[in-house]
Design a protein around this ligand. Structure first.
Ligand code: FAD
Ligand code: MLT
Ligand code: ZN
Length: 475
């Protein structure tokens, strides 16, 4: 291993090969704190050529590589296992916006560029890069592509895979595939770009990407709406689609438990509505400078919703500051859940027509499994995607994390089995990582698991690219 470390130091500079515990600490534990591994080294190459040299050297030494972007992933896919034999390859130094072409509607970036910086690069040329996540200040485009991230703009613009036109990838043997093409039409064979999207670093290291840009949407109309139930939220979604058409850009849900945590822990947060409600929806319409009627559209759809009983009350943002305050209520939930103690995360999608009934029946079932468990439910209801996250019951006003840990396997099984019965998915947008790799395989057919293993073997026969992640182990 000393030979490998020497080779890495020669290839990318000794300063960028970290081996001391204090230096590697932030790279070996995930954001949730549930996956803590060890690394042979953390390497920080500064260019595609350097990434290729690192991967080739590791392949030659038979050492596994774990690609890492902003380390905001929620399923433990970007951190090493406990063996101490893996090399973490951080893209943190590759932060160059290579080219912006507003007419072609493309931006070409290094994989380590932070999502918020891509949004800013688009804004500078009066365009929109629509992907938006609570972690956008630290997650990277390479991580977004590798997890096929979702977020709050999927309803209008689709998942990450719909926002990419071409990729540059270092393959597991160290060769570079230059697929950085911005073509809208290209039917010349298998879609290799899409193969790497959502692959969670198991097929190669993404080093660059051509992404799609859209017309800017400087006008917004935003409301925080109290709704009586998930069923009512789904009805309101239908109404909003009918009234606002393509302008409907956000439709997010949160239950009162989630908002109570935000109000308790997020500095400056306040309830924009008088009476507490069981459920809330954040609705936003977005349009170009000439779309002057968004406020009226929002008001008329909310008026109709109140009359029909699908909405109880609503607060409409009257200024950019009020808009930000409404967004903070939704975007703050993940962070405040951490403050509250151990969290058991579930990221599920169901066919939207089944969502309300599922949400009504699963809560009581979970209370039987773990009495007092707190249901912190929120997410992208417009996409049929709920974050059915659980916090420990309270004992003497304190979070009883042990009770949650003891019941964790049974709680998760109850959720996953019920989602599978409804033909839903146990990972809507976060991926499988290390957390869900085994569970996901148990809900897939043998044919599907075989296809996944065949693809992995074709590109990475030695199994050195992020082993233990996404692809189920052979028994
Ligand atoms: P990392 O965590 O570093 O890595 C994630 C995976 O991608 C790992 O498997 C890693 O090996 C692989 N990877 C990273 N970079 C590369 C690369 N260049 N080449 C190959 N493989 C690579 N996710 C959503 O989908 N929607 C949300 O709304 C959302 N909200 C979030 C809110 C908060 C507060 C937090 C903390 C997370 C949220 N996430 C959300 C999850 C997370 O931010 C996304 O999964 C994001 O895409 C991960 O990007 P990253 O750069 O941090 O990747
Ligand atoms: C979000 O939408 O806020 C995240 O994807 C959910 C989470 O942190 O569980
Ligand atoms: Zn989410």
């Amino acid at each position: 291993m000393d030979d490998l470390l020497d080779q890495l130091r020669t290839s990318i500079g000794a300063d960028h090969v970290l081996t001391e515990d204090a230096d590697v600490a932030a790279y070996v534990v995930d954001w949730t704190g549930t996956h803590a591994g060890r690394a042979l080294a953390v390497v920080r190459p500064g260019s595609t050529e350097e990434v290729a040299a690192v991967v080739a050297a590791c392949a030659g030494a038979g050492v596994a590589v774990v690609p890492q972007g902003g380390n905001t992933g929620l399923v433990g896919g970007g951190v090493p296992d406990a063996s101490g034999s893996q090399v973490v390859l951080s893209l943190g130094r590759m932060r160059r916006v290579r080219e912006v072409d507003p007419v072609a509607g493309t931006v070409t970036v290094d994989a380590g560029v932070v999502l918020a910086d891509v949004q800013a690069a688009a804004e500078k040329v009066d365009r929109l890069f629509p992907m938006s996540l609570g972690s956008e200040g630290s997650c990277t485009i390479g991580g977004n592509l590798s997890t096929n991230a979702g977020g709050t703009a999927v309803l209008r613009y689709g998942m990450t895979r719909e926002l990419v036109l071409g990729l540059e990838v270092v393959l597991p043997d160290g060769r570079v595939w230059d697929g950085l093409r911005g073509l809208r039409k290209d039917n010349t064979g298998y879609d290799l770009t899409q193969l790497f999207v959502g692959a969670e670093g198991t097929l190669g290291v993404i080093t660059g990407a051509v992404l799609r840009l859209f017309p800017a949407t400087p006008r917004h109309a935003t409301a925080w709406v109290a709704v009586p139930s998930v069923d009512a939220a789904v009805s309101l979604l239908g109404l909003a689609q009918q009234h606002a058409g393509v302008h409907l850009s956000t439709f997010e849900i949160a239950n009162r438990q989630a908002i109570d945590l935000v109000l308790a822990h997020l500095p400056g947060a306040s309830d924009p509505l008088g009476e507490p409600s069981d459920w809330y929806v954040l609705v936003e319409l977005a349009g170009s400078a000439s779309d002057t009627g968004l406020d009226e559209t929002l008001e008329s759809l909310l008026g109709e919703a109140v009359e029909a009983g699908t909405a109880v009350d609503a607060a409409i943002a009257g200024s950019p500051a009020q808009r930000s305050a409404l967004w903070a209520l939704r975007e703050g939930i993940s962070e405040v859940q951490k403050v509250e103690g151990a969290t058991l995360k579930h990221d599920v999608t169901l066919p939207i027509a089944r969502l309300a009934e599922w949400a009504t029946t699963i809560g009581p079932r979970l209370q039987e499994v773990c009495p007092g468990v707190r249901l912190v439910t929120y997410g992208h209801v417009g996409d049929g995607n709920l974050h059915y996250n659980l916090n420990a019951p309270l004992a003497d006003d304190r979070s009883d994390d042990d009770a949650l840990r003891a019941a964790a396997a049974d709680l998760t099984a109850a959720i996953y089995d019920s989602v599978a019965r409804e033909a839903g998915s146990i990972s809507a947008e976060h991926g499988l990582g290390r957390t869900k790799v085994v569970a996901a395989a148990s809900y897939k057919s043998d044919v599907e698991v075989d296809l996944m293993r065949a693809l992995k073997h074709a590109l990475d026969p030695a199994g050195l690219m992020n082993p233990g992640v996404l692809v189920p182990p052979t028994q």
